[in-house]
Ligand binder design. Sequence first.
Ligand code: PMP
Length: 288
Amino acid sequence: MALKIWMNAGLVDEADAKVSVFDHGLLYGDGVFEGIRVYDGRVFELAAHIKRLFDSAHVIRLPLAMNRQELGEAVETTVKANGIRDGYVRLIVTRGTGTLGLNPLICKNGNVIIIADTIQLYPEELYEKGMRIVSATTRRTHPLAFPSQVKSLNYLNNIMAKIEALDSGVPEAIMYNHEGFVAEATGDNVFIVRDGVVLTPPVEAGGLAGITRGIVIRLARERGIQVVEKNLTRYDLYVCDELFLTGTAAEVIGIVEIDGRHIGEGRPGPITRLLREAFDNYARGRGQ
Ligand code: PMP
């Protein structure tokens, strides 16, 4: 079924949702975005996503024609117009139409695009059995070259690592930073469990400050589980008791093998399963 897409000032038919070939979002990946889940008709953590989008836009000096409130309302309107109960929202802000040169300051009509659709999830079986992943040779962009907290339209670095994963016949890959510490997966944050303690790399290692990551850290601490933000090496991943990834689309997913090494018992471990369930309850507004 054709969707209604939010284009700047209101909803248009999918067939009319178009941007110029001179939009710098297309020409240079010059823009920012968010991926947001809808659970039971509620837009999940909307305020946090809007904040991260505005922070990303601020850093790349991309002015928005809408304020936070208006943008939040536009997301809600788009979700309702498409009758999405459980789905995914893609919120995109492009630099707008410029010339073939790099200069972003002459770009006009930056586009605010909102797509609300159903979501293709990993199969339930993968959550039960756990996922296999590999280490990518592609290094995560150094945070001093470009801050990893900015969720920009330029994902080529992560896409290179994703290709490595797919070449190896697995869906995800771990990306390390230039020092060899874990940064993140291609579209998710990384956690391990060692001796009952949950460990995750600090954002400064080069990952995105994931909204799911933040929630999972809080849910763990609320349950008396110690969480430590600490640099992790490939060795740490190989010898941990549990390994899991977090992200808007994947939620909490257990990893059972990395680079041919089994993790723990060969199925998602108890803390992974506990946090997956806690996250699911929280996302669906069920009792804590
Ligand atoms: N890292 C990257 C590169 C991502 O694209 C995502 C997905 N947005 C994440 C981590 C996880 O972040 P979040 O929990 O906010 O979806």
